[in-house]
Design a protein around this ligand. Sequence first.
Ligand SMILES: *Cc1c(COP(=O)(O)O)cnc(C)c1O
Length: 481
Amino acid sequence: MNLIFDKSIAGRRGVVPQKSDVPTTVNIRPEFLRQLDANLPQVSELDVVRHFTALSRRNFGVDTNFYPLGSCTMKYNPKVAERIAAYPGFAHLHPLMPQLRMGGLLTQGDLEVIYDMDKLLCEITGMAGFTMQPMAGAHGELTGIMIMAAYHRDKGNKKTTVLIPDNAHGTNPASAAIAGYKVVTVPSNDRGVMDIKALKQMVNSETAGIMLTCPNTVGIFEPDIKEICDIIHAVDGLAYYDGANLNAIIGKARPGDFGFDIVHLNLHKTFATPHGGGGPGAGPVGVVKKLCDFLPVSLVVKRNDGTFALEYDRPKSIGYIAPFYGNFAIILRAYVYIVMLGKEGLKRVAENAVLNANYIKHKLKDYYDLPFAGVCKHECVFSATRQNATGIHALDIAKGLIDRGYHPPTIYFPSIVKEALMIEPTETESKETMDLFIDAMIDIAKQAQAEPEKLKAAPITTPVGRLDETAAAKNVDIAAI
Ligand SMILES: *Cc1c(COP(=O)(O)O)cnc(C)c1O
């Protein structure tokens, strides 16, 4: 690799490549060698530092401000995990490095991280085996449903439908449909949880399984969860737990103990790893014992001599769903987070996530409509219907928050709530931060009453003001992208 790099700069600064320099394996023809210096900008280190510092300050992120984006769990990612992921032994890994070269020094430690993580996640969820490969939550869902399909194929079951409640995350029906299933929607009741009577009527011999988001998208734990699993198992269906938001129950309860067969986790939500711009994430999938044979290849196994290896000989596997080992650097960060917090620390994650959401819910309930009363889990959902009286909508409230220094919450989702404002403070925020946010929300509620036209003009603190979103969506200049 170095030789190729040397050649590409060989034409610069008047260095003429000598015949003996040209590597025998890479034969670059002279017409492809650079004759003139590349027109690269020449800037000082100071200019470079200013440029990148300016760019970084344009970013709005958890490291700069409160980011209560419901369902997305924008919590703080401890920097120690970044430090460890940057260790040369990890950062310089290449997926094609031999597993055992130099007595295994090169990749054995990395394989051990994956192996250990598998065991930790099994303990946390009550599952028997995991795949680390899926690269996002939705990718994990697809993997899980493919495993569900493989199970039914293997047993000769004729199954065509997957049941999904109307309070599930939006990716659930998409994943089931991509895997080839017909999606049947189970309604929720006026408490925001699944209507069990409706479920019983909908389950039949065609039911391949159910996908349950829990806590559901209104932030409520499904109270009939055990019964739901029993109903599905009675027709040899499988129960899938969308555990993207496991921070609501981690250390307190395990999907495996409720009766679930498949679960995916979002490491980039529950275990404090970066979300990036739509990635890279990681959505490991765990399964019960009877489904382990169907997990994707490869899996990390521990040999009798204590060394680790990748296992490919898995005839019933659904095959590859991602290249190599998945997003290893993300798995590593989550591993650091779990080991750092330990059992008691992970319990406190759940306690604080739930406490914080209920604190905000309680403090704002006199100012915004609450479609579902009672205790919520890691997020709370309000509705802006009361503010509609003066022409204010959820969108205006979101824009008003931008002027007050906050990232808006998720709005208009979940779709079962009109004018939804979905707030997820996460466990990493202090009471002081939440109090300031609560004050901002109360201030907006008052402005919605007294000066609605001012709120309609928000944001006024950003360079371009309120965007014409319809025009932005319609007049996309492809050439400019
Ligand atoms: C975020 C989320 C997903 C999707 O995860 P991605 O990593 O964005 O694909 C699925 N289910 C739930 C409940 C989520 O919150």
